[in-house]
Design a protein around this ligand. Structure first.
Ligand code: ARG
Ligand code: ASP
Length: 719
């Protein structure tokens, strides 16, 4: 074991000369892997300026914002910049029909007006460390998978505890390269993060879902928060006595402007990529998984859109959910199209052929990998069926609120039964979870939910073969002669948990009313569905997934060993990475050229009062008419809005700082261009582009549009 580990560490840190564009690099390895190449491409900083555990470095200005975005610190008073779509649910949660911050924007005019957000966190990385060897301690080759897993977990736990002993820090360990390497992260998590400002949606969401994932882009996708700390500058739960956090580092902001060819880097927390999938895995993704999920979401979005347009309260309640459903619907559509167009499966097959040729020099390995490839082929064929069943559950039935809501009652029934068995005081436990049961009746548009139920039952019925359907759902649909509308209406009418008054009664005394819950038709539908999945789908899908993981670990180690010409970087896994590339337009398709930037002129070109996504409020038109851009104009007097560059980014990189060669902030990453959305599976430097908001547009909106210039005074501008 130890020998393998050591040789892999060597492979990671010495063999590959990297090149810009592709790759999401671990900051602590920049020195070995990237520094030379970065300098060659124009970077003026050393690896130590970007990531250091000995002195303050750029990393100290970067946070993971909430669970899924990135943010950067832009003042010495803890001011935090991220995307509008990352702050969206916070803004929505403070909005009402009367005080509609989503539509009109929100600006705190002083610190006392900044709005707290329960549950929102900002996480700094204190340090990271390769613990591959330590975590593999006492791991024996003959261990069963369960033993291996528990040994790894126990070792990780020990390392994490050790790492934070005597501090207020937190720690976690993550596998890289499918478990060929492990890294420990020590973090500092701030829990009082307040909303400072967000532009109106016509700026922050300009172009809406029509322009989402598309270049040319004109979305002013930013919002501003502030981190608060206790008086000792350490993380603290929300309290009005907390004070603005004084960061170890905040970013300087350059308004000098950018040119094509400029070096840029994006520092943040990319979520998930699968760059080393086997050909059959890519095939399944683009021909089964993506198309099924896309069709289910498309249907749901059509229904939601109709109801949200008809009622303002529904629009506000569902806006964040709609945005996130729409976002990945479109992403998957782009991904499957891009993978097809670029012949991804054939390319993977060519890579695998090449790999086997390299391996042929070693008869033992050659046999091993030929067998492994045959197994990949076979497993994906079988696994695809389960994958499809799971999509119909997760993207279909769970897309209906009533169904998702029934899950709470399953939990409740279990709690009651548990306390009966253990003879504990149920009422006391119940007090803690009681609040979870009213959500449905507060936020759900019932008429819309019914339409979703009808549609999802219908698609479930038509999309899966007889052998793959939940027998109970199948029998219901047969009993209703295929009329899912009548079936869903009956379910909604007869279910007591879907009835506000009836459920309130039931919830007064769940123990006494257990029967009313377990016989409720919506509950029965849920629990029969889940028990089918738990007995006939998940055990198999998890078995395949576990085996695939083992196989990928072997395949990955093989690629690292044999494919000497290629630069390897670990797949994204929501840990801190740096990616770098140049500002660059593209020729995405025949006859089409993308310029590298857009301007306010383009907003006015798109402006259309009849289309929601392209409405522009008068105030911005006035500023445009007067060309009142102040210090934020470019050298031609234009106001730049967004730019594209060849940085390898993914979901989670939203809100990431885009930095110039000196490490100054020039923009905020928020999206990718349509033709390159398959970059999570296969990166193509010719067409993959990340889209960033030009920092000058952000500052213009804060200063000139919102009149919140006092915020600019907190920042350090480089002119
Ligand atoms: N596509 C970008 C990202 O993946 C922005 C999404 C914003 N949401 C939206 N539905 N427009 O996060
Ligand atoms: N928009 C994405 C995000 O929210 C970024 C991307 O997928 O390129 O993280």
């Amino acid at each position: 074991m130890k020998k393998l580990v050591l040789s892999l560490v060597l492979v990671f840190t010495s063999t590959f000369a990297s090149i810009a564009d592709e790759g999401m690099w671990l900051p602590y390895l920049l020195k070995q892997l990237n520094e030379k190449d970065m300098k060659k491409n124009g970077c003026k900083l050393s690896a130590e300026d970007i990531y250091s555990i000995n002195k303050s470095s750029l990393k100290d200005a970067i946070v993971q914002f909430g669970g899924g975005c990135t943010g950067e610190i832009i003042s010495d008073k803890g001011l935090l910049l991220t995307n509008h779509h990352c702050g969206y649910s916070a803004v929505a949660s403070h909005s009402t029909v009367e005080k509609d911050y989503l539509t009109h924007g929100f600006w705190a005019m002083n610190q006392s007006e900044e709005l707290p957000n329960q549950g929102l966190t900002a996480t700094f990385i204190i340090r990271m460390e390769d613990v591959t060897e330590k975590i593999n301690k006492n791991l024996q080759a003959y261990f069963s998978p369960v033993q291996k897993d528990s040994t790894l977990k126990a070792n990780a736990k020990e390392l994490e505890l050790e790492a934070v002993k005597g501090t207020h820090y937190e720690a976690f360990t993550r596998p890289f390269y499918y478990g060929n390497m492990y890294v420990l992260f020590v973090t500092e998590v701030f829990k009082d993060v307040r909303l400072v400002g967000a532009p109106p949606s016509f700026i922050g969401k300009f172009g809406g879902d029509t322009d989402n994932w598309v270049w040319p882009r004109h979305t002013g996708d930013f919002s501003i928060f502030r981190i608060y700390a206790g008086k000792d500058n350490k993380p603290a739960e929300y309290s009005k006595d907390n004070v603005p956090y004084v960061p170890r580092r905040s970013l300087n902001i350059s308004i000098k402007g950018t040119e094509e060819g400029d070096f840029t880097m994006v520092y943040g927390f990319p979520g998930r990529t699968q760059e080393y999938l086997f050909s059959a895995g890519v095939d399944m993704l683009m021909n089964v998984e993506d198309p099924v999920k896309v069709s289910l979401r498309e249907k749901r979005l059509g229904i939601m859109d109709k109801f949200m347009k008809a009622d303002d309260q529904t629009r506000i309640n569902y806006a964040p959910n709609y945005a996130s459903v729409a976002n990945y619907w479109k992403k998957w559509l782009g991904e499957m199209t891009g993978l097809k167009q670029s012949n991804a499966v054939e390319k993977k097959k060519a890579w695998e052929k090449d790999f086997l040729t390299q391996v042929a020099t070693n008869p033992e390995d050659s046999k091993k990998f030929n067998e492994l490839f045959a197994e990949f082929q076979k497993i994906y064929e079988e696994y695809a069926v389960y994958n499809k069943q799971l999509s119909y559950l997760n993207e279909g039935l769970f897309g209906v609120n009533a169904f998702a809501y029934a899950r709470n009652f399953d939990k409740l029934v279990n709690e009651v039964n548990k306390s009966k068995a253990k003879k504990t005081d149920f009422k006391k436990e119940y007090e803690k979870i009681k609040g979870e049961y009213t959500g449905y009746h507060k936020y759900t548009n019932r008429a819309m939910d019914l339409q979703l139920m009808i549609a999802m039952l219908d698609m479930y019925d038509k999309g899966l073969g007889k052998q793959q359907k939940v027998p109970y759902i199948d029998s219901l649909i047969i009993a209703y002669e295929g009329n899912t509308e009548r079936l869903a209406k009956d379910l909604f009418q007869t279910s007591a948990i879907l009835d506000k008054e009836k459920v309130a009664k039931i919830l007064e005394n769940p123990e006494g009313n257990l029967d009313a819950i377990t016989k409720d038709p919506m509950y029965v539908l849920y629990s029969k569905t889940i028990s089918y999945y738990n007995t006939s789908v998940r055990p198999y899908s998890s078995k395949y997934e576990a085996r695939l993981n083992e196989m990928y670990k072997i395949y990955m180690a093989g690629q690292l060993k044999y494919m000497k010409g290629k630069q390897f970087y670990p797949d994204a896994n929501s840990t801190m990475r740096l990616t770098y590339g140049k500002i660059k337009g593209t020729k995405p398709r025949d006859g089409l050229i993308y310029n590298y930037y857009t301007t306010l002129d383009g907003i006015m070109e798109k402006e259309n009062p009849a289309i929601d996504d392209y409405v522009v409020f008068p105030r911005l038109k006035e500023l445009y008419a007067k060309k009142d851009y102040g210090q934020y104009a470019d050298k031609n007097g234009k106001l730049r809005v967004a730019f594209i560059a060849a940085n390898h980014t993914t979901g989670g990189n939203s809100g990431s700082p885009v930095l110039n060669a000196k490490g100054e902030l020039i923009g905020t990453n928020f999206d990718r261009a349509w033709e390159g959305t398959m970059s999570d599976v296969m990166y193509n430097p010719d067409i993959c582009r990340n889209i960033s908001l030009d920092i000058r547009y952000t500052l213009f909106v804060i200063d000139k549009y919102a009149g919140a210039g006092y915020l600019i005074n907190e920042m350090k501008l480089v002119k």
